[in-house]
Write a protein that binds this ligand. Structure first.
Ligand SMILES: NC(=O)c1ccc[n+]([C@@H]2O[C@H](COP(=O)([O-])OP(=O)(O)OC[C@H]3O[C@@H](n4cnc5c(N)ncnc54)[C@H](O)[C@@H]3O)[C@@H](O)[C@H]2O)c1
Length: 668
């Protein structure tokens, strides 16, 4: 298809005549059939809702087709309306547009639906099993049409994938305002999502799926590398001492598959158990795992050899993780670092496989005898924890990787809870990312080159490196390590070949670094050194964007981790400080009703407007969270916010007074 034809198709929106029915493409990874949760009246409502997008003349045909989709897939995706052109991030000038900001947004949302990037592209799901960009193809077609037609004096309003419409606004307003899954609080239970999503009135936006900010596996590799490196620092401070240390974990899936690559970058011996041979094969063929063993005796010999020669190597154990842990105990092996990244947030439907059964046997039991499956999972979890506890007694540092391992193990009755009800191990945010990164303002800043030209990405890498190196020279000791980790990351980023989809880069930076890097990009666009606009953004898994008591805000101990003021304030504050688009979501990572999170996108085009906006918005976007973390009495955040107040006279933050604990102890 020529570019002109592509532009015509975008501007057409929902076609007047019905496109031909598309066959169900079995080469594509499809979303599983969803729960049949609607009653007859609600099913009729779902179909009535779906038909709203179409001219009356099509209703007789489409009503039957949508009823069939609802029956077969549990949702109405409107497969027939999936466009014929290939969806991927195209150079910005290939889009039809009146506003270059809106064109950049089209590029970003098409990246989220690229076959090479998205998990279930035909169901408009980018990642995490249910992280949706839109609920159906009509919403997609209408949205891109609006984006192509809108000016910089209009704002597009998105309700959970549905484009409510273009409203007059002004050039400093966001071009798009997105909300995903926002519910009346009492209607935020998992089955409410199933029901209202099936009716077509809400969707699960995950974090960067419904906000058009996903950048493929690079984000996960970087986050996992930072986590594993900092976890390794908890057991040894010098790089030399880290050599030959053994890191044991589970999972080579979507996110967990980044662990061996991250472990290798951190210089460790990494052993990852994976029950599913397909997952192991994928990571091995990608080069993220060096070697694969399915025999524990051979594996133990190999690990011992690596420990003796202090070799950084990544190894997969093809089998159940509990067999691995128990063997490490009987062999009295020294394990230094341990975690688990099976999908325990989803324990009864294949997130965690019981020991003693093959993958096929487990899958059969899950379908035919779910009660028995549950018993076997819980039995395995108890064995899992017993083995981990033995190794922890011998000095292993174990942490929960945000996958509900501790929660499910405790529900299974495993020996994992202290007398006061807390868990005996900490989570990765409580112990690692929270105090070492988020409280200092360091989080997952990212950018995308709208030219889609790798040469521009190389220039941005160089500019970012220059900024970080300069900052390092005068940085206080507290943040030197974070800067250095990211200096090393960005130096190797290009040769590590991390780009899948749009020309994107991620690194962890604080507000000073984010602003200085963005300024350098804007100047380079102005001078022509960078050929096209650059889109700034971040993962929602950040300093300020997310209120999530069991993950991002799990190291907030003043009781406020169950409030969501920070995420909402962030969204609103970003909007009036110059974000090009903003989003606020219910659910993301840990589940529907468990988290409120938000993000932004900002288009830099080399203008003075961009310069003003980036300074104002990026400053707020990070410091809002540091202020909240400091009010919760987090030492690192107190350090960071006091330093920021010294640098910024207009910033006045309410600081906490600490109380002598003996006064509290003597009250009752
Ligand atoms: N990496 C991150 O940045 C991050 C951050 C927070 C939370 N998490 C959590 O990590 C978990 C994993 O995410 P994912 O996307 O990789 O999920 P996934 O389902 O794609 O991968 C998990 C893998 O574990 C394997 N597995 C399950 N039970 C096993 C067992 N007993 N023995 C051996 N292998 C077993 C599965 O076969 C699967 O391949 C999720 O709960 C996610 O929410 C990840």
């Amino acid at each position: 298809m020529t570019n002109e034809e592509f532009k015509k198709q975008i501007l057409q929106g929902i076609p007047n005549e019905l496109p031909l029915i598309k066959s169900y493409d079995t080469n594509i990874n499809h979303a599983p059939k969803r729960k049949d949760i609607l009653n007859q009246t609600e099913k009729k409502l779902a179909i009535r809702n779906a038909l709203r997008y179409f001219d009356k003349k099509h209703h007789p045909i489409l009503s039957k087709e949508f009823a069939q989709e609802l029956k077969e897939y549990g949702r109405i995706y409107m497969y027939r309306f999936r466009p014929n052109y290939k969806i991927y991030a195209r150079p910005i000038n290939d889009y039809p547009f009146k506003s270059n900001q809106a064109a950049a947004i089209m590029l970003m949302l098409q990246n989220n639906l690229d076959d090479a990037v998205a998990q279930h592209p035909h169901e408009l799901i980018t990642y995490g099993g249910n992280g949706s960009v839109f609920q159906n193809w009509a919403q997609y077609l209408l949205t891109v049409k609006y984006l192509a037609e809108m000016s910089n004096e209009q704002t597009l309003v998105m309700y959970s994938g549905h484009p409510m419409g273009l409203f007059p606004s002004h050039k400093d307003a966001p071009r798009v305002v997105i909300t995903n899954g926002m519910m009346i609080p009492n209607y935020s239970k998992p089955d409410d999502l199933e029901k209202f999503n099936a009716m077509g009135v809400t969707q699960y936006g995950q974090m960067t799926a419904g906000s058009y900010m996903y950048i493929g596996p690079q984000g996960i590799v970087h986050g996992t590398t930072i986590t594993v490196m900092n976890a390794a620092r908890k057991i040894s401070h010098s790089e030399d001492d880290r050599k030959g240390k053994l890191f044991v974990t589970c999972g080579l899936g979507g996110m967990s598959g980044a662990q061996p690559k991250a472990g290798k970058i951190a210089g460790l011996i990494t052993v990852v158990a994976e029950i599913n041979p397909k997952a192991t094969k994928t990571r091995h063929s990608q080069g993220w795992v060096d070697e694969v063993y399915d025999d524990l005796t051979t594996l133990i010999v190999r690990i011992k050899k690596a420990q003796t020669s202090k070799e950084a190597v990544s190894i997969a154990y093809q089998g159940n993780v509990v067999d691995l842990w128990e063997r490490l105990v009987t062999e009295k092996m020294k394990v230094d670092l341990g975690t688990d990244q099976s999908s325990l947030h989803n324990p009864w439907s294949g997130g965690y496989y019981p020991a003693g059964y093959s993958l096929e046997q487990s899958n059969e039991m899950m379908a035919k005898n779910p009660e028995q499956f549950k018993v076997e999972v819980q039995r395995t979890l108890i064995r899992h924890v017993n083995a981990v506890n033995m190794l922890a007694t011998n000095g292993m540092y174990f942490f929960d990787y945000g996958n509900a391992f501790l929660l499910e193990a405790s529900r299974a009755g495993a020996d994992i809870v202290n007398k006061d009800g807390t868990f005996i191990y900490k989570s990765y945010v409580q112990d690692i990312l929270g105090p070492m990164c988020f409280d200092y303002g360091f989080g997952p800043f990212r950018w995308v080159c709208a030219s889609c030209n790798p040469k521009d990405l190389t220039i941005t890498d160089e500019l970012a490196l220059e900024v970080l190196q300069k900052m390092y020279e005068t940085a206080p000791n507290e943040i030197k390590q974070q800067l250095n980790d990211n200096i090393l990351w960005i130096k190797d980023a290009m040769q590590n070949n991390l780009v899948v989809g749009s020309q994107a880069r991620i690194l962890y930076a604080d507000s000073e670094a984010r602003i200085k890097i963005a300024e350098a990009f804007n100047n380079a666009i102005k001078s022509g050194k960078i050929s096209s606009p650059v889109v700034l953004g971040r993962d929602h898994h950040d300093v300020s964007g997310t209120d999530s008591p069991y993950r991002e805000t799990s190291n907030i101990y003043d009781g406020s981790s169950f409030t969501a003021d920070m995420a909402v304030q962030n969204f609103v504050g970003d909007a009036f400080r110059g974000a090009t688009w903003i989003s606020l979501h219910n659910g993301g990572g840990v589940g529907w009703g468990e988290v409120i999170n938000g993000g932004f996108g900002m288009v830099l085009d080399g203008s003075e407007d961009s310069d003003r906006r980036l300074k104002s918005m990026l400053f707020w976007d990070v410091n809002n969270g540091i202020a909240r973390r400091s009010w919760a009495r987090n030492e690192e955040a107190l350090f960071a916010i006091k330093r920021e107040m010294e640098r910024t006279p207009d910033l006045k933050i309410t600081l906490p007074n600490s109380v002598d604990e003996t006064i509290i102890d003597n009250i009752f």
